[in-house]
Ligand binder design. Structure first.
Ligand SMILES: [Zn+2]
Ligand SMILES: [Zn+2]
Length: 298
């Protein structure tokens, strides 16, 4: 990371695809791994969602000896957000302490129950009892705020998604980042709980699975649009937003067009890409998010 020590505050996207991983040359510039983002707050690491992108992050964290505590904050447990859990190397390392956070969901009695439901036969060969890290499962109440220590404050908000989902905001050393996926908006009615969550935030990642033109066909699936992300940014006086949860059929070329449309009116907002790192500690509203390969070492 460019910014080291207590001041480091940066988000890196390890997976930006929603619904289903999408390998192939038409998708490789933006990336095909499903949802996972890493937020560094000094030497603390918060991971948002555990899609296939979390595998690469896990390998990197194993190599970095100064990080041994992780807070994994799950928005919900649809497959695209949790399918990487059994492949996250720190779960198998006894020197890691991992807190897994999840809001209340239809059909899961607890956070532990939700993870056990994913890792059980006949869907998976072994259960989470194979983990060797010190794992604590924690439940988030709707709208709950809590302190993670080391100056890290977390705020949550319930999202509008079938079965439930939770949005998260982290404030650290005067800067802020929010992670808002998956959620559906009602056209013409900005979601008040999302607006409260992202009020004045420096940067938020937002579910832009769809476009406004596509939304009527997908009503009830629980997703939003890049245009709504732009409207929310203005209404909440947020610095910028980056779209995530790109649909598996959305090619690199199509996402370039969407990004150009966003930039025209809302620079430095844009499209999140796998490997993009935004350094929030030095992020200015007028500067474009700096994209570079994850862990390029610069
Ligand atoms: Zn999803
Ligand atoms: Zn979902």
């Amino acid at each position: 990371m460019k910014t080291k020590g207590q001041d480091a505050f940066a988000v890196t996207f390890w997976g930006v695809r929603g619904t289903l991983a999408s390998p192939g040359c038409e998708f490789q510039r933006v990336g095909g791994n499903t949802i996972c983002a890493e937020l560094r707050c000094g030497d603390r690491v918060i991971v948002f969602d555990a899609g296939t992108g979390i595998r690469g992050l896990g390998s990197r964290l194993i190599e970095q000896e100064r990080v041994r505590r992780i807070d994994l904050m799950l928005t919900h447990v649809h497959y695209d957000h949790v399918e990487g859990i059994p492949f996250f190397a720190p779960f198998f390392a006894p020197d890691f302490t991992i807190d897994v956070w999840l809001g209340r969901l239809d059909g899961a009695a607890s956070t532990e129950d939700a993870v056990k439901g994913l890792m059980r036969r006949p869907y998976f060969p072994v259960g989470p009892d194979v983990f060797r890290a010190d794992v604590t499962y924690r439940q988030v109440a709707p709208g709950q705020s809590f302190d993670l220590g080391d100056g890290i404050s977390v705020k949550t908000a319930p999202l509008n998604h079938p079965g439930g989902a939770t949005g998260y905001r982290v404030d650290y050393r005067g800067r802020s980042f929010a992670f808002v996926t998956d959620t559906e908006h009602v056209p013409g009615q900005p979601d008040q709980s999302v607006l409260e969550l992202i009020e004045g935030v420096d940067l938020f990642a937002y579910d832009a699975s769809l476009t406004d033109a596509e939304l009527p066909e997908f009503t009830g699936y629980g997703h939003s649009t890049w245009e709504e992300g732009a409207r929310l940014r203005e209404a909440a006086r947020a610095g910028a937003f980056l779209t995530i949860h790109h649909m598996p059929f959305r090619t690199d070329d199509e996402l370039d067009e969407i990004e150009a449309a966003i930039r025209k009116l809302h620079a430095p907002s844009g499209v999140a890409r796998e490997g993009m790192c935004v350094e929030l500690a030095t992020f200015a509203d007028s500067a474009p998010p700096r994209a570079r390969a994850a862990g390029s070492g610069s």
